[in-house]
Design a protein around this ligand. Structure first.
Ligand code: PMP
Length: 368
């Protein structure tokens, strides 16, 4: 049976996965080599699943050169659950955390933190329609904060921190849902205590959330006075290698394959180079004419989600429709902002970006 041909998929998430990963999963779906059962059919208490989780963790550790004092955890509930779980585990009732509000996901995270302690808004660019991330000089950070929360890439608005803010001794908690492993990650150098990401953009399928967390932060919950349900404690996952209950085995298996694929691509330095080149091509296509208008300020432009407007909503709708017909899918902007958005995560091939640039030129010729 010949597989159906694949389109170029620019969806913001769930998003395109590397083709070799899909092929490997397909090959092994009916029977894992040496096992004789599908990865979907084996007990989570079996050696097979333990090895799948261990392999996924090992591949992530190798990829990101994670220090020994960092746990790799596989959770459920999406990044949205982390909006609550991070403050539940890290923020004392009478404490405060600093939140940098760079988009609606960051805003939701701050709102959730208010359930547990004080979420101070260290900066917000909402008045500028989230068209940029703040400069270091605009951040009102306090040394007494339990942590500083940032969203490293703002999926909806197409902005990204090129360099994460320096928070001194206060640990950073980073929602990296839409740019994890798109560039090197140095948790120790950048003072990062916790990184979380729903897998469905840069890591794998929906259904698993990857959390990288420093061991000392995992222990913090023990000192808090509140009762934390077992499944909402980081320490539960750390102590059981994410196997306290039945984990999303298939999703973890795919995350492991994606991490292995990233290592084979040359690792995070190579991905960063490739991602910068892809984004540069699209921004150059936007900037060469007035027909397309990038929505993010140039110094905050995301290398993952490229957002733009056309001269009218009618033209935007036509652009998206004709692009889809030409095999370029998923280009509709988030429903809260409209416009056009090309998500060009790790697994988006450069040929897809080239095809989109060609389409943009032709579309302008026909409609400009
Ligand atoms: N944070 C960011 C930056 C996101 O882009 C998203 C999803 N688009 C979320 C959080 C929410 O993620 P989930 O659907 O996994 O809960």
């Amino acid at each position: 049976m010949t597989p159906p041909s694949r389109i170029f998929n620019f969806s913001a998430g769930p998003a395109v996965l590397p083709e070799p990963v899909l092929e490997e999963a397909q090959r092994d779906l009916v029977a894992l080599p040496g096992v004789g059962s599908s990865v979907l059919e084996v007990s989570h208490r079996s050696k097979v699943v333990t090895e799948i989780v261990e392999t996924a963790e090992a591949n992530i550790r190798a990829l990101a050169a994670l220090p020994e004092d960092v746990h790799v955890l596989f959770l459920q509930g999406g990044a949205t659950q982390q909006f609550a779980m991070a403050p539940m585990n890290l923020l004392p009732d009478d404490g405060a955390a600093d939140y940098v509000v760079t988009g609606s996901w960051a805003k939701k995270a701050a709102k959730e933190a208010e359930l547990f302690g004080a979420a101070r808004i260290a900066a917000s660019t909402e008045a500028e329609a989230f068209a940029r991330v703040p400069k270091a000089s605009e951040l009102a950070l306090s040394p007494d904060a339990a942590y500083v929360h940032v969203t490293s890439n703002n999926t909806i608005y197409g902005t990204q921190w090129e360099v994460l803010p320096d928070t001194g001794d206060v640990p950073l908690v980073v929602d990296a849902s839409s740019d994890i492993f798109s560039r090197p990650l140095d948790m120790a150098r950048d003072g990062i205590g916790l990184v979380y990401a729903g897998a469905q953009k840069n890591l794998g399928p929906a259904g698993v959330t990857v959390v990288l967390v420093r061991k000392d932060l995992v222990q913090r919950a023990d000192a808090l006075s509140r009762t934390i349900p077992t499944m909402l404690r980081y320490s539960t996952y750390a102590a059981s290698q994410s196997l306290y209950n039945t984990p999303p085995v298939f999703a973890i298996y795919l995350v492991g394959l994606v991490a292995k694929w990233l290592v084979a691509q040359g690792g995070l330095e190579a991905m960063a180079e490739r991602n910068a080149r892809k984004a540069q091509k699209l921004y150059a296509a936007i900037d060469r004419t007035d027909f397309y208008r990038g929505t993010a300020q140039p110094d905050s432009r995301s290398l993952m989600n490229v957002t733009m407007r056309l001269p009218s909503e009618t033209l935007e709708a036509r652009f998206i429709k004709e692009a889809t017909a030409a095999g370029l899918a998923g280009l509709k902007g988030h429903r809260s902002v409209g416009g056009v958005r090309a998500s060009i995560y790790n697994a988006c091939p450069e040929a897809g970006v080239d095809a989109l640039v060609d389409f943009m030129i032709q579309f302008e010729r026909a409609n400009g």
